[in-house]
Every structure is written in structure tokens, then in C-alpha cells.
Design a protein around this ligand. Structure first.
Ligand code: SF4
Ligand code: SF4
Length: 402
């Protein structure tokens, strides 16, 4: 079993870190052997990428996300000092734990006394010990869900050895999200915008005309010990009030909602709705939504060999319910067209997910209406046709009420 906390959560009194102290925090993590991964400007997007220091974090940059659209912007005023004043980065942390392509084994043909055979070679994988910096609450909930699907945290779902090895010992510096995008809807999935779980240290960014400071809290004994090494001052009542106001503003700015109440039943009763045809007219079956989604976990296994037959390889790669081959069974694909592929994605993500994978792998936690969606909005932003999962779920719900 893997968990963001290597020991039981230990919440410390909120402290204040300035930029120099944040820099020292990242240097301490590096000195402890972690490879830092956090938000950086990569071309025309913010994405999670390797960090060398606190200075690599974007400064004063924002993002505008709409259905099928992503643009970087430049903040003025107090947020010009901010390092985290944008919504979800382009991709999630998924690819660092459930890697897009994994070599499972290599084999080499060998001639020896007694005949010709294959020698199986161990497929060695580089697995750096990661510290996630600036992780959003929606993305941390997604990691926790994948821990239950791939990491062996739920007894019903067998553990994937490579996932478990990559997740072990990961340190998490979360950041509460003060600048949600128009595509975000974490308030209806119970996954944000405040970082309230699955971290070793959490940060909330407070900007003013003079600069920026961070309210820091520990979420594990390791996080508490690291904060203690920095000897930060305690947060004042004014700073805590500013933090609350900022996160309340962020939550109030989220307009998109996922109509989860009764949705699984609605989906089950509308498998033949003409709305699936209307979506199929727009959907390109491009797979972007499933690749961008931090909770999608489908894969396929492929064998390949060299032309001369001297070596062979077996690998696992990400797959998607939008490809014809993914539903290929004896004699052909059972989901021949886009209509049935989109329907499969939506009804699984929002309908049958909890039943198949269990309550612990679903959000909002502890409700009967949990699903496999953390409300990050990536499938909306990165869909070239601008198809919106919240809109399609609402249309199906409205149709039933009619
Ligand atoms: S379905 Fe869309 S909004 Fe939900 S977790 Fe996946 S990418 Fe994010
Ligand atoms: S990203 Fe959009 S167009 Fe592409 S498969 Fe998903 S819903 Fe269809």
C-alpha cells in the first residue's frame, strides 16, 4: 500500500514562509535526495516538470482555460509576484507514476549447446525519489484514487509493482488553488480548491504590493520535521484571514458544476439516448480527454521483435476507450463507433466507476454519489471539439426529467 503520508498525519500550527524560506525548503528536499517536480512554463503552457530551484517556478503568470482553449496570461498588481496564480497545469502527475510506456521484459535469442532459445533480460527502470511541488488538491485526490486502483491500497484491485515502486516515499508540497479556471469544477466533486489532505506540507500563497508569502502547514511527521528545520514564524490572525478570504473567493468563482445527484441512475437509464449520437457528431475519438485525465488508467500490452528475430520486447502503454482496438475481442471491436466509445467513457467515469473500483477510489469521499472525476477540467480544456463533460451530464439529466 502506498500513501502520500509515510507516517500518520501531523498538522502543525500554520507558519509563514517568505520566498527565501521556500527556496530553502526545496534545497533541503534536494539535499535529502529528492528529485523536484513542479509547475514550470513549458512552451505555451504551465506543466509539471523537473525543477532545479524555487526560481524555476513561473512568476506572475496566469492561465485562461475554456472548452478547447488554453492561454497563458500575465498578471499585474499584487499577483505579478505570485508563483502559483494559475489553474491546473496542462498534464497531471499521472505520467510519473503510471508511466505512458513501460518495458515489461526484453528477450534475446541465444544459441547454446542443446539448441536455440531466448534469454529473458531484466527491464531496469529509472525511478527517482520524487518530491511533488505545488500539487493541486484535485491532482492529489486523483493520485489517492490511483493508489486504490493501481497501488494496492484497496484489496480488491491488484497492485501494479512499477506504480508501487514509483509512488513509495514521494514527498508532497501541496498548494491551495486561488485561481481556478473556468473549466474547473472541484467544488462539486469535493476535491478543492483548498489543499486539505494527501500532503506532507501545504502552502497557501498570499500576495500584496510588496511581494509574496506562503502560509505553510504540515500534514505528516516528515513535513513537520522539515518545517521545523526552517524555524518559520507563526502565521498572524490577519494572514490567516487573508488566506480564508482568498480561498473562499476562489471557491465562489467556480461556476461549472457536475450534477452528481442521481447521475449514475440517469446514465444507466439513458444508454440509448439520441444525445449520444449528437455527441458522436462532434467527438473526434482523438483520445485527448482520457490521456489528460488524471484518473483514467487503461493500458494495453504489446509484443514486438527485431527484423532478424534476435530480440523481442514486451511493453505496456497507455490506451484509451476511444480507440477501436481497446474493445477488440475475438472477431472484432465491440465498440465500433464513436457513439459507443464516448458513452463507455462517460458512463464508466461518472456511473459505474464506484461499483467497479470501490468507494475509496471515488470522490466525493463518503457519499453515495461518488464518481471517478476530480473536477480538474482537463478533458474540457484539451478537447479539440470543446466537449464539456459537465454539460453532457446535465443534458442527459435534463432529458430524463423531461
Ligand atoms: S473526467 Fe475530466 S474533469 Fe474529471 S478528472 Fe478526468 S479530466 Fe478531470
Ligand atoms: S478529447 Fe473530445 S474529441 Fe477527443 S475523444 Fe475526448 S471527447 Fe472526443
Amino acid at each position: 500500500m502506498v500513501s502520500p503520508h509515510t507516517t500518520a498525519p501531523a498538522r502543525s500550527a500554520p507558519a509563514v514562509l517568505d520566498e527565501a524560506a521556500c527556496g530553502a525548503l526545496l534545497e533541503a528536499l534536494k539535499a535529502d535526495g529528492y528529485t523536484l517536480l513542479g509547475p514550470r512554463r513549458v512552451g505555451q503552457v504551465i506543466d509539471y516538470a523537473p525543477l532545479e530551484s524555487f526560481d524555476d517556478l513561473p512568476r506572475g503568470i496566469g492561465s485562461t482555460q475554456e472548452p478547447g482553449s488554453y492561454r497563458l496570461t500575465q498578471h499585474s498588481g499584487p499577483d505579478q509576484h505570485a508563483r502559483f496564480a494559475y489553474a491546473t497545469p496542462a498534464s497531471s502527475f499521472k505520467r510519473h507514476f503510471f508511466v505512458p510506456k513501460l518495458t515489461l521484459l526484453r528477450a534475446k535469442r541465444e544459441t547454446a549447446e542443446g539448441g536455440v532459445g531466448f534469454r529473458v533480460l531484466e527491464a531496469t527502470q529509472p525511478r527517482p525519489r520524487l518530491a511533488l511541488v505545488g500539487a493541486r488538491s484535485c491532482d492529489l485526490h486523483a493520485i489517492s484514487m490511483q493508489d486504490h486502483i493501481l497501488g494496492g491500497a484497496s484489496p480488491g484491485n491488484p497492485a501494479d509493482a512499477d506504480y508501487v515502486a514509483r509512488r513509495r516515499g514521494v514527498f508532497v508540497v501541496a498548494v491551495s488553488c486561488a485561481h481556478p479556471a473556468s473549466t474547473c469544477f472541484c467544488t462539486s466533486t469535493g476535491t478543492g480548491p483548498r489543499a486539505d489532505d494527501y500532503f506532507d506540507i501545504s502552502l497557501s500563497e498570499l500576495t500584496n504590493d510588496a511581494g509574496v508569502v506562503y502560509i505553510a502547514r504540515s500534514g505528516s511527521a516528515e513535513g513537520a520535521a522539515l518545517l521545523e528545520r526552517l524555524s518559520p514564524p507563526k502565521a498572524s490572525a490577519d494572514e490567516l484571514e487573508q488566506e480564508d478570504r482568498s480561498l473562499e473567493r476562489a471557491a465562489a468563482s467556480i461556476e461549472r458544476q457536475l450534477p452528481l445527484a442521481g447521475l449514475a441512475k440517469v446514465l444507466d437509464e439513458n444508454l440509448e439516448s439520441p444525445l449520444w449520437d449528437a455527441i458522436a457528431d462532434r467527438c473526434l475519438s482523438c483520445t485527448n480527454c482520457t490521456l489528460a485525465c488524471p484518473t483514467c488508467f487503461c493500458s494495453s500490452v504489446e509484443d514486438s521483435s527485431s527484423f532478424d528475430g534476435a530480440s523481442a520486447e514486451r511493453s505496456r502503454r497507455w490506451d484509451s476507450c476511444f480507440t477501436a482496438d481497446h474493445s477488440y475481442v475475438h472477431g472484432g471491436s465491440v465498440r465500433a463507433g464513436t457513439r459507443s466509445r464516448y458513452r463507455q467513457w462517460l458512463t464508466h467515469k461518472l456511473g459505474t466507476w464506484r461499483e467497479q473500483l470501490g468507494e475509496a477510489a471515488s470522490v466525493p469521499r463518503g457519499t453515495d454519489e461518488a464518481s471517478g472525476c476530480v473536477g480538474c477540467g482537463r478533458c474540457i480544456t484539451w478537447c479539440p471539439a470543446g466537449i464539456d463533460i459537465t454539460r453532457e451530464a446535465a443534458r442527459l439529466s435534463e432529458k430524463t426529467e423531461d
